[in-house]
Design a protein around this ligand. Structure first.
Ligand SMILES: Nc1nc2c(c(=O)[nH]1)N[C@H]1C(S)=C(S)[C@@H](COP(=O)(O)O)O[C@H]1N2
Ligand SMILES: [Mo]
Length: 207
């Protein structure tokens, strides 16, 4: 038996067409919202199962069980940041507290100013999908999404809204903000699903 293989030997870390970024740039559309704790709430709506809590204050939400996930961030504009440790509340924990109805297939993640991104329920419930409050042990800064952003490690980073305020359970797929503006409905970086013109039948709803 030899040495265990390094991570790089097991799998390339950069998806096709991506390049490594040093530091952590800020990428988003529109202004950075100001956090007002007294007005902030996290809301679960749409096709919920009846039981469960559906809104959390900031204090309540950040008291939910905390977990960390080491994950890369791949921006569709072709830079990647590797090996960040994201800390926060797993999406599954939220879905257990406020479960979807049986026929839910997709989730719309909603953020400040009406920004949104759609996910298949399975992508949302992935064990590595996390509503992050921290990166590498420190609170997120305002421009990186404080107080809360979603991280979906296996999809392009636009699928993870910064300044998240809630989720909508959906019984059919619907495009979010970037998905309506020419980006791929699913967004798997390993398959280079960047743009909506690459979509195959079944990848997304009709425009
Ligand atoms: N609310 C909101 N979240 C967003 C975006 C946005 O435009 N609005 N852009 C996404 C994109 S395209 C990327 S690459 C990441 C960038 O996160 P960062 O600025 O922390 O690096 O945020 C994502 N989350
Ligand atoms: Mo991006």
């Amino acid at each position: 038996m030899g040495q265990p293989e390094s991570r790089e030997a097991q799998q390339p870390q950069l998806p096709p067409g991506q390049r490594l970024q040093r530091g952590w740039p800020v990428t988003h559309y529109g202004p950075v919202p100001r956090f007002r704790p007294d007005r902030w709430e996290f809301r679960v709506f749409g096709a919920t199962a009846e039981e469960g809590k559906h809104t959390w204050t900031h204090e309540e939400f950040t008291a939910l069980p905390y977990a960390t996930v080491v994950a890369d961030l791949h921006c569709v504009t072709k830079f990647s940041m590797l090996d960040a440790e994201w800390g926060g509340v797993p999406a599954r924990t939220v879905a257990e507290a406020a479960p979807p109805a049986d026929h839910v297939t997709h989730v719309m993640v909603w953020a400040e100013y009406g920004f949104s991104s759609n996910l298949r329920l399975g992508d949302f419930l992935d064990e590595r999908t996390v509503f992050a409050t921290h990166k590498d042990g420190e609170l997120l800064t305002a421009e990186h999404g404080f107080p809360l952003r979603l991280i979906v490690p296996h999809l392009y980073a636009w699928k993870g809204p910064k300044w998240v305020r809630g989720i909508e359970y959906m019984t059919a797929d619907r495009r979010g903000f970037w998905e309506e503006r020419g980006y791929h409905n699913i967004g798997d970086p390993w398959r280079e699903q960047r743009y909506s013109y690459q979509e195959e039948p079944g990848d997304g709803p009709q425009f």
